[in-house]
Design a protein around this ligand. Structure first.
Ligand SMILES: Cc1cc2nc3c(=O)[nH]c(=O)nc-3n(C[C@H](O)[C@H](O)[C@H](O)COP(=O)(O)OP(=O)(O)OC[C@H]3O[C@@H](n4cnc5c(N)ncnc54)[C@H](O)[C@@H]3O)c2cc1C
Length: 220
């Protein structure tokens, strides 16, 4: 078995929608030109995660007459109150800005005769989203100093002084063990609701049992 040691500034574990967009956001920050980012994905970021096959709506949008706090209320109820309301609020405040950016990247959003987005319910807009993952993967590809390691499954973190400063993984299609060192780590391995059985009987229970990490950051 080969051992590959990699050093990076920011390690993103999971290259689904959140992982890809985290790389885009980090690179858009000021002074990020030299920031080295590594995305590690157990599948291939072009078609990975829950949105791999595409979707026909964005379910996180603040429609006309609604406010970010309305979304927070909905999400809180949907998750039986197990949420960080402050985080949800700051995320909700940026939904529409991110949607506009996704449209610029090439996502087709349906519009009515007045040029307004076509809604589907209180917090959803209709899209032609079969290519949402390839669109995000292409956007990631264009970023400088961003490397993608597809087909590598991360199975543990490297922890020092109670801080995550890297991770360990195995190549799925090769016999390589990866030891990755990073100044900061973003865990974007998807929802673990199905794994934890919080909402059995709804669409949440169809989510793949990735790892119970959910989402966390560990700046050094
Ligand atoms: C059935 C269904 C229908 C949905 N429909 C819609 C919809 O119409 N509109 C909408 O807006 N949202 C919809 N969603 C929700 C949407 O898909 C999710 O909110 C979104 O995909 C979450 O993105 P994510 O990047 O957090 O997680 P994911 O998309 O799950 O991505 C996580 C990534 O991490 C990778 N990964 C996991 N573990 C590891 C590991 N150990 N090592 C390396 N990589 C790893 C996975 O392969 C995956 O690519 C739907 C979800 C489901 C399940």
């Amino acid at each position: 078995m080969k051992i590959e040691r990699i050093k990076t500034d920011l390690l993103i574990i999971g290259g689904g929608t959140a992982g890809c967009y985290a790389a885009i956001t980090a690179k858009n920050a000021s002074n990020a030109a030299d920031l080295k980012i590594l995305i590690v994905e157990k599948a291939n970021i072009k078609r990975s995660g829950c949105l791999a096959a595409g979707v026909n709506a964005l379910n996180a949008y603040i429609t006309e007459g609604r406010e970010p706090k309305d979304y927070v209320e909905y999400a809180k109820k949907d998750a039986d109150g197990i949420v960080r309301e402050d985080l949800l609020y700051s995320i909700s405040e940026r939904f529409n800005e991110i949607t506009a950016h996704l449209e610029k990247l090439g996502l087709v959003i349906l519009k009515d005769k007045d040029g307004k987005y076509v809604t589907r319910g209180n917090r959803n807009i209709k899209i032609n989203g079969e290519n949402i993952k390839p669109i995000l993967a292409n956007a990631v590809k264009k970023l400088n100093n961003v490397t993608v390691l597809n087909y590598v499954n991360i199975f543990d973190f490297s922890v020092h002084d109670n801080k995550i400063d890297g991770a360990y993984g195995f190549g799925i299609e090769n016999d390589t063990f990866y030891a990755i060192e990073a100044k900061a780590v973003i865990i974007a391995t998807g929802g673990a609701a199905g794994f934890q059985g919080i909402k059995c009987g709804t669409r949440h229970s169809t989510r793949e049992p990735d790892t119970p990490w959910e989402f966390a950051t560990a700046p050094k």
